[in-house]
Unconditional design. Structure first.
Length: 306
């Protein structure tokens, strides 16, 4: 027996939406009845209602063959179908793969290549590829683990509500803008810094959830129950304090962290959460842990944390 992802009802004969891949009861099986994230892509309904008889017929004014092909490979059962509803987990895996690549590059090629490939820096902000690679790179195993825990618990909730495409865009854009914001502030202050880590994107995800479900219970360190809004703004206050007073951050063991990137990511998330705000079906309690320092922890995104 399955549960309807829209209303939670038990369903002996569930229906799976070919566009979003989720499970629904008879009342909510149609995409328009569960506010399917794929509704925005329905200028090409082929992926949902394809009869299979018109593949060889030209369709002037309709969707291109490239769009049709992408729809097919990304539909449920297609090669990219796994990523629908699983982008958060895919990004999580990519973070660990990137961390492994970091170690191999640092070991066999050298530190200069490591910096050029994986870190967004004030020395070379024009290295456009680092705007994205720095999001998935991390300065230490602890740094990676802390961000991984936050992404594992919070990411799928935001993805489920926003849809996989919008979630991916949120993660990448917020992560890049957070890193660029920190580098820009460092340049304005005449400082040098290197940024790496998914902390900006993770704070954006937390910001979205804080708007959508502020009273959702989170078990900090898997023990201490807190409403999400207290956890989020607690981290925000610490980030402001540590950004204003680097000496205080250093004495707390957080001096090598890009606190401005955390704040930038959070602001983006709060803004985007306002765009998504509506009737939300999210759980009321969630376990979250990751050690002191919260998402990003010591070193991420950080200033020369290697």
């Amino acid at each position: 027996m399955a549960h309807c992802d829209e209303c939670g009802a038990d369903e002996n004969m569930p229906y799976q939406c070919r566009r979003c891949g989720q499970t629904f009861c008879a009342d909510h099986r149609l995409p328009e009845n569960h506010d399917c994230p794929g509704l925005g892509d329905w200028n090409d309904p082929d992926g949902v209602f394809d009869s299979g008889f018109d593949d060889s017929v030209d369709n002037p004014g309709g969707t291109s063959r490239v769009q049709q092909l992408f729809s097919k490979v990304s539909s449920t059962g297609g090669p990219l179908g796994y990523f629908r509803g699983n982008v958060a987990y895919a990004f999580l895996g990519l973070m660990w793969i990137t961390f492994l690549l970091q170690q191999l590059v640092g070991l066999f090629i050298g530190f200069d290549a490591y910096v050029s490939l994986f870190t967004l820096s004030t020395a070379h902000p024009e290295y456009v590829w680092t705007w994205l690679t720095s999001i998935f790179s991390h300065g230490s195993l602890y740094h990676l683990a802390a961000n991984s825990i936050a992404l594992f618990f919070f990411g799928p909730l935001v993805e489920r509500y926003a849809g996989s495409k919008k979630f991916a865009l949120l993660f990448l854009v917020s992560g890049a803008l957070a890193g660029l914001g920190h580098v820009g502030v460092s340049l304005a202050l005449g400082e040098s810094s290197r940024v790496l880590g998914a902390s900006g994107a993770v704070f954006a995800i937390m910001g979205v959830l804080t708007v959508l479900k502020p009273k959702m219970k989170v078990l900090l360190f898997f023990v201490i129950p807190l409403p999400l809004y207290i956890l989020t703004f607690g981290f925000a206050i610490l980030s402001v304090l540590f950004f204003i007073s680097p000496e205080t951050a250093g004495s707390a063991g957080m001096g090598n962290v890009a606190h401005f990137a955390h704040l930038a990511g959070l602001v983006i998330g709060l803004w985007y959460g306002r765009q998504l705000k509506g009737e939300v079906r999210l759980p009321n309690q969630l376990q979250f842990g990751g050690g002191p320092g919260g998402p990003g922890g010591p070193g991420g995104p950080g200033r020369g944390r290697f």
